[in-house]
Design a protein around this ligand. Structure first.
Ligand code: NA7
Length: 538
């Protein structure tokens, strides 16, 4: 029909996931008058903020730069209590949004999508839930997150542990009590750091198993005063304008100066200032060559190493905490609050899991190559099968039964991170090779772009959209080009597609888009403005 409504299908669109992407997409689809259904595996909305209930979970983005920007009323109504809000507050925010826009009536909870198959004859997707229920829709929109598939180490004995054990992203809904308990944390990424500094406050004894140290920097969180609250509300238009202009949609953006264009004194003063300032400034607001020039990177790394030496009393422990094989900022910088001071506590032990690897989990604790440690609680802060992991776990089939996993066997290939050749009417929010950064800003852009495409198709009476190979090639080449010369791409991390716990993810790939958000948006805008030039519409 002219409007693109398909009466024979269950829905006009199916959205997978009710996190920040899925909720906003639902709002936009409703505005188009579409019948949309959201399937969500959890029992509530919030995605990342629903699953990651581990102690100490919070924003590293300024709260007021993170919330949705699309509704003036919502901005006016919602008060963030801290500059970097804790997870329970963000989850409350997600629920507030769901209530305010009456989203739950179109969201089906406890519904994990197992499969999605394209049907060329009807130009539709058949979506199968884990319980076998089937639903059809013209469009399939994935809102499944970038870091949503937790991975456990492949240690023998994990199941046999008799105490409590949790992956941070599968934390129970009831609080866990650490008082008097012997607690282990495995992993020292952004999650491990937040967990460690919180658990150390109450645990009887805490042992941290660190395989690779990360370069952490102070968060400098504090409550938002009433006066600040008023100022924030007045300046929302400026805040979001700024986020649109910066490299990765944060409040911070690279300093236009090169590291060695200024004197040593000026450089040190700038580093000191960044180290003393809240948020990601030291990572994404540093000298412009910090992540491309080895000598520049060494300057900031030496500076932060000295900070660690000043903060950790035992020089041997301090050296263990200083990364030796990668420079500052070449992996995601965990932001911390008195993290390094945790290692000055008499009840905290740091174990080097590179030197003495974990051999297995026993019923009573952890066995390493040289010792056995007894525990009541083991916390796995071991990260995610990032970027493509959530896609790999759904049986997604496009034209002629081709699976998405097969399609991406040699690395993800997309058109602007949102479309895949051979997978018509599949639109990915935060798919591989989209601009990431301050995630909600990228989400709002992606959702609006997808909504624009669907609006265009419905206006033209079109029912099928597919990425053209030349568009995919051009985009993938561009992604490779903007990543060239980045020190980040010479280091193993989820950002380079490496996860030692996942089959087939042992070597680095160009896993993510590392150009700027404005450049990304300009490319996507051009595709749309030129009549969706790199898509076949029918
Ligand atoms: P990360 O950053 O992937 O960190 C995972 C941590 O777990 C890291 O320290 C790993 O060591 C460690 N790890 C993983 N598997 C093992 C095994 N098998 N043995 C020992 N140690 C292990 O995940 P996060 O959850 O902290 O953060 C992910 C993102 O979420 C973060 O960037 C934010 O943007 C939000 P490794 O470094 O691999 O040696």
């Amino acid at each position: 029909s002219r409007t693109g409504t398909a009466p024979d299908l269950d829905y006009d669109a199916i959205v997978i996931g009710a996190g920040l992407s899925g909720m906003y997409q639902l709002i936009r689809l409703r505005e188009l008058g579409m019948r949309a259904r959201v399937f969500e595996a959890g029992s509530g909305v919030g995605g990342t903020w629903y699953w990651n209930r581990y102690p100490g979970a919070r924003f590293d983005s300024e709260s007021y730069s993170y919330g949705y920007s699309f509704s003036k009323e919502l901005l006016e109504e919602w008060d963030w209590s801290e500059h970097f809000a804790p997870q329970p507050e963000t989850l409350r925010y997600c629920n507030y949004v769901a209530d305010k826009f009456d989203l739950r009536r179109d969201i089906q909870f406890h519904s994990r999508v197992a499969a999605a198959h394209w049907q060329e004859a009807t130009r539709s997707w058949t979506v199968t839930l884990e319980d076998g229920a089937r639903h059809t829709a013209r469009y399939l929109i994935t809102a499944i997150g970038v870091l949503s598939t937790p991975t456990l180490p492949r240690f023998e004995g994990i199941e046999a542990f008799r105490g409590q054990s949790f992956h941070t992203a599968r934390w129970p809904h009831e609080p866990v009590d650490f008082a008097g308990k012997r607690v282990a944390v495995i992993g020292t990424g952004a999650t491990g750091v937040q967990t460690i500094q919180e658990v150390a406050k109450t645990a009887g004894h805490l042992t941290v198993f660190q395989r690779t140290p990360n370069w952490c920097a102070p968060l400098h969180n504090r409550p938002i005063t009433e006066e600040e609250q008023a100022r924030i509300k007045d300046s929302y238009p400026e805040i979001f304008r700024r986020c649109q202009e910066t490299f990765s949609c944060f409040m911070h953006t690279p300093d236009p100066r090169g590291t060695f264009e200024v004197s040593k004194e000026e450089r040190e003063a700038f580093y000191e200032q960044l180290y003393a300032s809240p948020g990601f400034g030291i990572w994404v607001g540093n000298f412009k060559d910090m992540l491309t020039d080895r000598a520049a990177n060494k300057e900031i790394s030496d500076f932060v190493a000295n900070k660690i030496r000043q903060r950790v009393k035992d020089p041997k422990v301090a050296e263990m905490l200083i990364p030796k094989n990668h420079g500052f900022g070449t992996r995601r910088v965990p932001l911390e609050t008195r993290y390094y001071e945790v290692y000055n506590q008499p009840n905290v032990l740091l174990v080097d899991s590179k030197a003495t690897p974990i051999r297995r989990i026993t019923p009573t604790g952890i066995e390493t190559s040289d010792a056995h440690y007894d525990f009541d609680i083991i916390i796995y802060a071991t990260g995610f099968d990032a970027l493509t992991g959530a896609f790999d776990r759904i049986d997604i089939r496009g034209e002629d039964g081709l699976t998405l996993k097969e399609k991406w066997a040699g690395g993800a290939q997309t058109l602007v991170g949102m479309l895949v050749e051979d997978f018509p009417n599949l639109f990915m929010l935060l798919g591989p090779h989209t601009a990431l950064g301050n995630i909600p800003r990228s989400i709002e852009y992606n959702v609006d772009w997808v909504t624009g495409l669907i609006r265009h198709m419905r206006a033209q009476g079109l029912t099928r959209a597919e990425a053209r190979p030349e568009g995919v090639t051009a985009w993938t080449e561009h992604v490779k080009k903007v990543g060239a010369g980045l020190l980040t791409n010479e280091v193993d991390s989820w950002m380079t597609g490496v996860n030692t716990n996942v089959e087939g993810k042992q070597t680095r790939t160009i896993a993510r888009y590392s150009g700027s958000a404005p450049e990304y948006r300009a490319w996507c805008d051009a595709v749309a403005a030129q009549g969706y030039r790199e898509l076949t519409l029918a």
